[in-house]
Design a protein around this ligand. Structure first.
Ligand SMILES: NC(=O)c1ccc[n+]([C@@H]2O[C@H](COP(=O)([O-])OP(=O)(O)OC[C@H]3O[C@@H](n4cnc5c(N)ncnc54)[C@H](OP(=O)(O)O)[C@@H]3O)[C@@H](O)[C@H]2O)c1
Length: 321
């Protein structure tokens, strides 16, 4: 099968399309033919030697976690799916899922049935951003009707899902985004939009119950604390909680927590497919390799930007399914 392999740590130029062994489903696993994946920040951060690279290890490896596709085969003991079922999921995170490839194997319970209302491209753009938003706002913050929520980077991949999750729960939603995105935020139901390029949000909003910070700098964290009510909750998603923010929160009577999963551990666990890529790397003769992908692999290249509007239109159906 083909896979878009990160041959080294670096920019898009380290990506190449390789022929690698197709993984086989073990008992309880399914083999999924990948119809669509997506490009998330964690993918390029990992490719560059940050992100989940401490979990995955040294290149060559295959990034990508979002998967939408068709069950090709099932391992012994799988009762949830049969070949031909359309599924989506975010398998193995933070281990290597190797979704920039023709096929992925993972435990069957790491996939859900793809709603018919979603195309493969829409479903493939959904899991990582939607699960991040859901875990933060529903499972961690337990937002409910009337909760005042401030979402930084509200028009981004995670943010625009978070807005919809929050609105579906009846929250009052304030979002930061550049002015060009304010119409988009209004369409999603945001109650107040703040142009972060021209307005200091810390002067524009107060008495917030929950801040979902998808920017994640120390400066954003410190200023976010000031807009929280006493006992309010700041969720720091990108890289965990900056030290100064962790110290300042309790001093101000505010709660601070990382968004799942925070910083990657230092383990070296490898997901399925890794061994095959490594074997392929060991025996690779560069002359055998197809043209370098240059970051434009066949499926990996379904950019989130391209599908953002589609995702927005269909997210409600996806979450409801
Ligand atoms: N730890 C986890 O589990 C986890 C999971 C998912 C994502 N993340 C991280 O969360 C971050 C966001 O991910 P994403 O997928 O939503 O990224 P994205 O789709 O690239 O969105 C980034 C957004 O950030 C906005 N932005 C940039 N600077 C800003 C600022 N100073 N104030 C407010 N908004 C600003 C941009 O808004 P404009 O276009 O309006 O300028 C853009 O829409 C990334 O760092 C990602 O790695 C972490």
């Amino acid at each position: 099968m083909k896979a878009v392999v990160a041959t080294d740590f670096g920019g898009p130029d380290v990506l190449a399309v390789w022929d690698v062994p197709r993984p086989e489903p073990l008992p309880t696993e399914v083999l999924v033919r990948v119809e669509a994946t997506s490009v998330n920040p964690v993918d390029y951060k990992t490719r560059a030697g940050r992100g989940m690279s401490k979990v995955i290890g040294e290149p060559p490896f295959v990034v990508g976690w979002d998967v939408a596709g068709v069950v090709e085969a099932v391992g012994r003991g799988v009762t949830r799916f049969v070949p031909g079922d359309e599924v989506y999921g975010m398998p193995w995170f933070p281990r290597q899922a190797a979704a920039y490839a023709d096929y992925v194997t993972a435990p069957s319970r790491q996939f859900a049935r793809k709603p018919e209302s979603l195309s493969f491209a829409e479903a493939g753009a959904m899991p990582l951003v939607a699960l991040t938003a859901w875990q933060a706002l529903v499972e961690t913050a337990r937002i409910e009707a009337g909760t005042r929520v401030l979402i930084h980077a509200a028009a981004g991949g995670v943010g625009h899902l978070a807005v919809q999750v929050a609105k579906s729960r009846g929250a009052y939603v304030i979002g930061t985004a550049s002015a060009a995105k304010h119409d988009f935020l209004a369409d999603l139901g945001v109650d107040e939009a703040i142009d972060y390029k021209n307005v200091d949000f810390a002067t524009a909003v107060a008495d917030v119950d929950v801040v979902l910070d998808l920017v994640g700098t120390e400066d954003y964290g410190m200023r976010s604390l000031t807009v929280l009510r006493d006992g309010g909750l700041l969720i720091e998603v990108p890289s965990g909680v900056p030290e100064a923010v962790a110290a300042a929160g309790p001093e101000q009577g505010k709660r601070v927590t990382p968004g799942y999963p925070g910083r990657a551990g230092r383990g070296r666990a490898r997901g399925p497919g890794a061994a095959g890529v490594r074997r392929r790397a060991a025996s690779a003769r560069r002359a055998d390799l197809p043209a370098r992908a240059g970051g434009r692999g066949p499926r990996a290249q379904r950019s989130r930007a391209r599908h953002r509007q589609d995702r927005a239109a269909s997210v409600a159906a996806g979450l409801a399914a």
